[in-house]
Design a protein around this ligand. Structure first.
Ligand code: NAD
Length: 344
């Protein structure tokens, strides 16, 4: 039995591939390399000879996805492949719907058409599906109304609805699928061995951006809004370490039963402000860099962090990394060795 990891050459997908290989699973990674790295696949293949198959393909190529499932006897899909920039989704909504929604439909159609239909599916959803939660819903529980404020968030929410309908149809047909939707908060950090890491172009995530400034690769770091109703005036977010996030996927794969779709938030349950990120990065890296205070960006909620009780009680998930310095430390090790990402 094999696990198919779509988007396996991307940041989170490659960490999933690594973990599954370590756990002794047979893995097929599929990625169109639009934002993924063949180099990550090469490094993981070398570290686990004969255990990883890498297929360069687009998820919208249903024939290829189906052939991959049939060739390898895929039993479980971890679906990471997506375009994932909020800002870009505003200027390219059709690309986002095509890639994230049509792409998901293509993968699900292949799951059904496979000689042995796929039995488990874990979907990368996002806290972006909550949009701007009301103040009385912070920390954010899974019962918070989902009301995205970007096309990206909508692609993930549409994805959840499609998946629920798909799972219901499979259950009605007597072949229920074990479906988990994981709504990630901000994912950060790198694998503890330093083999793979985060390499996004363009980079928009807070921690890598600040680390690039610490390395002198950026002249400054912008703080968007210093007058929020938070203790230091800057936005607060929940940063979950990528290895903890993958733990959640592995637990979902093992524990979620066929028939009843499950949705869990994945975040550590604690928020850190932009200023706290900057201070911690200065401490971890022992470097200084320039900060530029800018006006608020539209659509940025002041505070967003997770209520992690549901995933803890139902799946037994617990974040191992809760200290900001430790999380940033793992990312710093990768960035120091690979200032230009996989090109260096
Ligand atoms: N990084 C975060 O903080 C975060 C937070 C919430 C949700 N997510 C979700 O997690 C998933 C992974 O995010 P990431 O940060 O690793 O992004 P990433 O861009 O590093 O990885 C996505 C991968 O999918 C591949 N891909 C995209 N479209 C494809 C297609 N049509 N066919 C085949 N491959 C395709 C890309 O080439 C890339 O390798 C995404 O679904 C994203 O929406 C990420």
């Amino acid at each position: 039995m094999t696990v198919l990891v779509t988007g396996g050459a991307g940041y989170i997908g490659s960490h999933a591939v690594q973990r599954l290989l370590r756990d002794g699973e047979r893995v097929v990674a599929l990625d169109n390399e639009f934002r993924g790295h063949a180099k990550a696949m090469q490094l993981l293949s070398q570290a686990h000879p004969g255990k990883l198959t890498y297929v360069k393909a687009d998820i919208n190529d249903r024939t290829k996805v189906l052939a991959t499932m049939d060739d390898h006897g895929v039993h479980t899909v971890m679906h990471f492949a997506a375009l994932a920039y909020v800002g870009e989704s505003v200027s390219q909504p059709l690309n986002y719907y095509h890639n994230n929604v049509s792409g998901l439909i293509s993968v699900l159609a292949a799951c059904d058409a496979a000689r042995v239909p796929v039995q488990k599916f874990v979907f990368s959803s996002s806290c972006a599906t909550y949009g701007q939660p009301p103040a009385n819903m912070i920390p954010v529980p899974e019962t918070c109304p989902q009301s995205p404020v970007s096309p990206y968030g909508w692609t993930k929410l549409h994805g959840e609805h499609i998946l629920r309908d798909f799972a219901a149809a499979r259950a009605n047909a007597g072949n229920p699928i074990a479906l988990t939707m994981l709504r990630y908060f901000n994912v950060a950090g790198s694998d503890h061995t330093g083999l793979i890491g985060e390499d996004h172009t363009p980079e928009t995530h807070m921690i890598p951006v600040v680390l690039q400034a610490a390395l002198g690769l950026r002249s400054e770091v912008g703080i968007f809004g210093t007058d929020y109703p938070t203790p230091d005036g800057t936005c607060i977010r929940d940063y979950v370490h990528v290895e903890d996030l993958i733990d959640a996927h592995v637990l979902a794969m093992a524990k979620v039963k066929p028939g009843t779709p499950a949705a869990y938030n994945v975040g550590i349950g604690k928020g850190y402000s932009v200023r706290e990120i900057i201070d911690a990065t200065r401490k971890v890296t022992d470097r200084q860099f320039k900060i530029v205070e800018q006006p608020r960006r539209p659509g940025d909620p002041p505070m967003l962090y997770n209520d992690s009780r549901k995933i803890s009680s139902e799946l037994g998930w617990k974040a191992k990394f809760t200290d900001l310095h430790e999380i940033i430390g793992t990312a710093w090790r990768w960035f120091q060795k690979h200032p230009q990402g996989y090109r260096s």
